[in-house]
Design a protein around this ligand. Structure first.
Ligand SMILES: NC(=O)c1ccc[n+]([C@@H]2O[C@H](COP(=O)([O-])OP(=O)(O)OC[C@H]3O[C@@H](n4cnc5c(N)ncnc54)[C@H](O)[C@@H]3O)[C@@H](O)[C@H]2O)c1
Length: 309
């Protein structure tokens, strides 16, 4: 069709999600004579997706972009919903826009080369969807934990593995899409997608990003679940099912050594989700029933963090 295509590469990793990378992309776009008829394709994990969307939203007062996620986390979460952003010294995602991609194209074949650790971090987000929205999805993961953990493309032991994975990715994406369509700019409902993230972001930052976003979310899910039980909303049975699934998937469920309770607390207070001096938590009443609470006493948060060590 005579469409010209150029490639811009950025180094892998969160440290690329910075203003200097965004500027370098812009400079390359200018050198390539990209104009308002040009479009960007974000081919990569969440880092590539977030920074590509950010640049697309501001380059020449915005140009279209498409998401083509290659990590599991990006497929089920970051490529959908139009949150773009970069990190600054003071914190993650503090510069960003809401800017929807023209389309999201997902091909699970990309996952064939995804490292195991990255794969698991995507699984943590899928567990999150089960917990906040879909008890059946959660139950299917409990049943198929072995397949998810030990299966691979073409494995004779689990011939249905690719189909099952595709169903999980597709179900997760639809859950996120449904929530974002109701509340695009996170005024209310969309906040439930932050389940596990209030603790998770603080732990991730306090570890100096030595643990990944998904791993931090996994620890955060266990913490938010424990907090829900301590606040007497959630039964001990549901809490242990969630902790068991996180454990069965080989995901971290404890706050690593060296991270202090005070450090986590002060990060949470500075978190951008904090409003009117109250920290907002997404809690659950049972699997599939989340709600937002700003009324959790600091003492109970502190106790939860201590127990998570
Ligand atoms: N915009 C949103 O709504 C949203 C939601 C969740 C997370 N995020 C952001 O997403 C980022 C995390 O995304 P991520 O977990 O994809 O991390 P990432 O983009 O850093 O990718 C993880 C690693 O996997 C590699 N990789 C990606 N696809 C691969 C493949 N198919 N084969 C081999 N290697 C591959 C990458 O090069 C990288 O080294 C964070 O910056 C987080 O803030 C954004």
């Amino acid at each position: 069709m005579g469409i010209r295509m150029d490639t811009i590469e950025i180094p892998a990793g969160e440290s690329s999600k910075m203003i200097h990378t965004a500027l370098a992309i812009v400079e390359r776009l200018i050198a390539l004579e990209a104009d308002r008829k040009s479009a960007l394709i974000a081919l990569g994990g969440g880092v590539v997706g977030d920074i590509t969307g950010f640049v697309a939203s501001i380059y020449m007062r915005s140009i279209p972009y498409i998401q083509m996620p290659t990590s599991l986390l990006a497929m089920v979460d970051s490529s959908i919903g139009g949150k773009t952003g970069i990190d600054i010294q003071e914190g993650k995602n503090l510069l960003g826009t809401f800017y929807q991609p023209k389309g999201v194209y997902i091909d699970i074949d990309f996952l064939k080369t995804l490292p195991e650790r990255e794969f698991r971090t995507g699984i943590a987000e899928i567990i999150k969807y089960g917990v906040i929205d879909d008890p059946e999805l959660f139950h299917s993961m409990e049943k198929e934990a072995a397949e998810l953990l030990n299966g691979s493309f073409g494995s004779p032991e689990f011939p249905d593995y690719p189909e099952y994975l595709e169903r999980l990715v597709s179900r997760s994406g639809r859950i996120k899409k449904g929530i974002v369509e109701i509340d695009e700019t996170e005024r209310g409902l969309r906040r439930i997608l932050n389940f596990g993230h209030t603790f998770g972001h603080a732990i991730e930052a306090e570890s100096q990003y030595s643990i990944s976003h998904g791993e931090a979310v996994s620890i955060g899910i266990v913490a938010a679940t424990l907090l829900s039980e301590k606040m007497k909303y959630l039964s001990a049975e549901d809490r242990s099912r969630i902790a068991a699934l996180i454990g069965a998937m080989g995901l971290p469920d404890r706050i690593p050594d060296g991270i202090t309770t005070e450090g986590i607390l002060s990060r949470m207070k500075r978190d951008k989700k904090k409003e009117n001096d109250a920290i907002h938590f997404v809690l659950i009443k049972k699997i599939g029933t989340p709600f937002i609470s700003s009324g959790v006493p600091e003492e109970i948060v502190r106790e939860t963090i201590e127990e998570m060590k």
